[in-house]
Design a protein around this ligand. Sequence first.
Ligand code: 26V
Length: 756
Amino acid sequence: MDKKLFLQQLEALPIEGLDAAGLYREISALAVKHIAFSEKPKRCAHYLSIEFLIGRVFFNNLLELGVLREVKTLLRKKGVDLARLEEIEDAALGNGGLGRLAACYMDSGAACGFPLYGYGIRYRYGLFRQTFEDGFQREAPDDWQRFGDPWSIRREDEAQTIRFADMTVTAVPYDMPLIGKRVNTLRLYQAEGSAAAEAISGVLYPDDSTEEGRLLRIRQEYFLSAAAIGDMVRAYEARHGQDYRQFAKENTVQLNDTHPVFAIPELIRVLMERGVAYRAALKTAQAVFHYTNHTILPEALECWEKRLLQKILPSIAEILLKMNATQRQRHRKEGYTEAEIEAAGIYSRARDAFSMANTAVFSSGIVNGVAKLHSEIIRRDLFAAEAAHHPEKFFNVTNGIAQRRWLELANSELAELIDHKIGRAWRASPAALCELKPFVQDGETAAAFDAVKQKKKAQLFDYIVRTEGVRFTGEKLVYAQVKRLHEYKRQLMTAFALLRLYYDLKEGKLPDFAPSLFVFGAKAAPGYARAKAIIKYINEILKTINRDVSLGGALQGVFVTEYNVTYAEKIVAAADVSLQVSTAGLEASGTGNMKFMMNGAVTLGTMDGANIEIVEQAGMENNYIFGARVEEIEALRKGGYDPNAFLQANPAWKRVVETLRDGTFSDGGTGCFQELYTSLTAGASWHKPDHYFIFRDIEEYYQAILRVNRDFCDRARFTQKQLACVAASGFFSSDRSVSEYAEHIWHIRPKADKRK
Ligand code: 26V
């Protein structure tokens, strides 16, 4: 971009009297005009994802364009404070880590100069907006476009027709610039046509408990897949005509989990329609696709009934069946046992359904997990058959986060402190953060870091007072657990520990307890009753604790409403302790853990997901690890785990857990607390009692919380730990992750584009 010209035009822009939305639209639109998209090189990587949790783009884009500071100064001169744009809300076209990861990877792709192109869906409504009513979560539609969408460019000329057996849909792309050394695009498709057609890009993750809902999910997934493949094929044909032999040389596709897996049979279908033989088409597909698995939870592994596919996508069903036959033939030839053939099968006769994960594994060059442990687990369990016969297919790429958003933007104060100590090189090469190591022991650096933390806490508290109406007193040690609400993440275990703290404080058992604040943030899927019950329970506990003046402010808590990327930016910068307490083996990676670490929070967590690599980088001594390791959990799962025996033997915990049914807290007459209690003590549906082993880990968790609290009192030492975490966090930059994908999987090279 021509910065000078842009700033000149900005100066001339008539913005007096505009409200925040108007300012946002005018300034963004001007910036977009100045952005030149980079030319696509011969070989590109395409990242297909059902979620892109981009958050606010305004500040990020101006930062990437290198004009954020100048724009701020210029507008201040005109009497406009850019902070007013705080009220512009996030585009939440995602639900959690999977979608935020996609956004960070897009950021890194552009920043590092990789030709990496994103494909997703432009949902009319993002993830629901959350409020609390008497502690219960309420959901409202997220009309994110009410501020306009000035960073997107509608590309009518590149619209495509997507065909289902019973309807035809137009897929209209909206391109968002991804700005860095290159300007790549994130292309989000909007479904247009009849009302039924438009419903396809209506909402993220429609409820799939009914057949109608499942059909809509399938339509969404195919819509994204077919539009992306159509786009790639069209661009390819413009260069090569009908000769498809170079297709795999020029295109590589990363499947972000299984939602875009229909892209595989779709590519085969399109090639066959153009005269390529099935075998050759399959071979091309196998050279194009790669698959990232993001969870091993059985309920999240997609299987689609054959009947449903035959109804709306008969040719895709037919190709999947053909692939299934080829797969079985090959597997027999390669000596898979019958059990292995069944386990790896694309189509399962028993379920009369297609396994999207097995389809992805069979058709991909590389299959990767998202942290070392998780990659091991998928190799050993989920995809054991394929890993036994094709170990070369399996790979690990530990997740990462965009340090531009999560440090430079979220915590410019810390970023500047780092600049001051080690220079600015880390901003482009985050591995250089390790140069901070010599400063960890330095008293002056520690004091400066402390001052930054205090400032970020003050900013967060101020924001919380304004948005939640909860007031805090005095200095606080801040523990934070912010993430999707799910039983395996064990927010309920934190609730129990919090209540135990409360009881022990009231009984005078914790005389030197450093005043603490627990920050929760989470959305529960609208149909996930137990997750919603956990939110209500936490809110009830917080109400009791916050009201109790006898504590003198020693313990307080808040469940922030409408937790999203913008809230996360404030919380990660302010927290002292990052709570990452999933049952070992179940959190594929976690990325919040990395954001906290980079902002100088110690990890209080289990040996799970990327926590393991966090302590590997930053040292056990600078973090707080507790709980059963994955081997122990696996052994307990096989038998010998008795949560009721634990409760009988531990009256202090029994007292805490009994509050789920003894009337201490009200669940508004819904019975949802009793249901939680039952799930812990008797089990529910296919879950065993305490399916996520809360009672195995809770006492150790509690002791770890107290240990952090004691250590915090020795501020100099505690700050050293926090600084050591920052200094070791460079590895978790998504620049590193994306570079690993580029080198080992996509085989693309970075190339700066001068025209940006
Ligand atoms: C989805 C669903 C949907 C239906 C209800 C149950 C359920 C459970 C889990 C999921 C997760 C889908 C995949 C996902 O978001 N995985 C997350 O991916 C992150 C990025 O790799 C990773 O850091 C998180 O550990 C992982 O949970």
